[in-house]
Design a protein around this ligand. Structure first.
Ligand code: PHE
Length: 333
């Protein structure tokens, strides 16, 4: 009988070893260890043995054989399961090397970069930064800046009106100069402040004009401030922002809120002059609108376009290009 047990055991282990899938093993498990399996049948024959000792010995041999078959099944199952999982993982794996080009990083828009650099340069010159609202009252945008309702200079600004309050009382600010008044009202002099922000003009856009653009306003109020301080500040700014090989000049001009007024130009290393913005000594009426006594305080103001600066700095031909958000353009800066 021992020979039968060994043979059944060997046959079982051999068929387990050659099982190709976990499913095959499940079937073999039932076949080999089930009630009709070869070992179970041998076990059924134990009763026919003559002596108790024989029964014991054969029973033990059968148990050994069943345990051996069981562990052969378990081992084979583990091997096959791992192999099947490997196949599945390989099939589902993402090939990360597919992304040969690393994803590009975003960056600040060209105009935002210019805005931030301007702030940095002015902070370096000792200025603080303030911002005002984009929707303004007529009073802040015009009247407090020495432009009463019938003032001809208002026609220089093609104004967008907002449907709010009395007709014509609320505007999208046409420049950042109203923030001058808000700053004078909010803090005591001395004031050394720059005020960047978005402004709006109701005009047709072209290569050098946008209906929505950005300005940075400057305001200095202190005792004994003169035109020389204005010229010196403009020149210090020009050299800090563009480089020491650049120069600046003031050209007489007119703004209702400054007296005298000037345009300021910068000189490129090639010797070309580039018009940058307006400036002048703060008009006494403007100081009064801001709650300051013109006998005690004097100051200067300037304002220029941020988009224009970005355009000139990077040699962009058409300001409108900066807002098409064409990635091929934007990515260059
Ligand atoms: N606000 C003027 C403009 O938009 C610029 C300016 C600011 C001029 C301050 C003088 C002083 O054109």
């Amino acid at each position: 009988m021992i020979a039968d047990i060994d043979a059944a055991r060997a046959a079982a282990v051999a068929s387990i070893a050659s099982a190709a899938t976990v499913d095959d093993l499940r079937r073999l498990d039932a076949e080999l260890l089930g009630k009709k399996g070869p070992l179970a049948q041998l076990k059924a024959g134990l009763g026919k043995l003559a002596t108790v000792d024989e029964k014991k010995a054969m029973g033990a041999a059968l148990n050994d054989a069943m345990t051996a078959v069981q562990s052969a099944l378990d081992e084979r199952r583990a091997v096959l399961a791992r192999a099947e999982r490997d196949v599945q993982l390989a099939a589902e794996a993402l090939d990360l090397t597919e992304f040969v080009k690393p994803p590009t990083r975003g960056r600040a828009h060209l105009v935002t970069q210019a805005w931030e650099r301007l702030e940095d340069v002015f902070v370096g010159l000792g200025f603080q930064i303030a911002e005002g609202p984009e929707v303004e009252t007529d009073w802040y945008n015009f009247e407090a800046l020495n432009m009463p309702p019938s003032h001809p200079a208002r026609s220089m600004h093609d104004t967008f009106y907002v449907d709010h309050g009395a007709p014509g009382s609320t505007v999208l600010r046409t420049h950042t100069s109203p923030v001058q008044i808000r700053v004078m009202q909010a803090i005591e002099p001395p004031i050394y402040m720059v005020m960047p922000g978005r402004v709006f003009r109701n005009e047709t856009t072209d290569a050098t004009h946008l209906a929505v653009f950005h300005q940075i306003e400057g305001l200095v109020i202190d005792r004994g401030i003169t035109l020389a301080d204005l010229a010196g500040t403009i020149d210090a700014f020009t050299k800090a922002f563009f480089g020491t090989e650049f120069g600046s000049r003031l050209r007489p001009s007119y703004f209702p809120f400054t007296e005298p007024s000037a345009e300021f130009d910068i000189r490129t290393p090639k010797g070309d002059w580039l018009e940058l913005g307006g400036c002048g000594m703060v008009h006494p009426n403007v100081l009064r609108a801001g709650g300051l006594d013109p006998e005690e305080w004097s100051g200067f103001a300037f304002g220029f376009g941020i988009d224009r600066m970005a355009k000139e700095r990077h040699g962009v031909g058409d300001v409108r290009e900066m807002y098409t958000n064409d990635i091929r353009f934007i990515e260059q800066f």
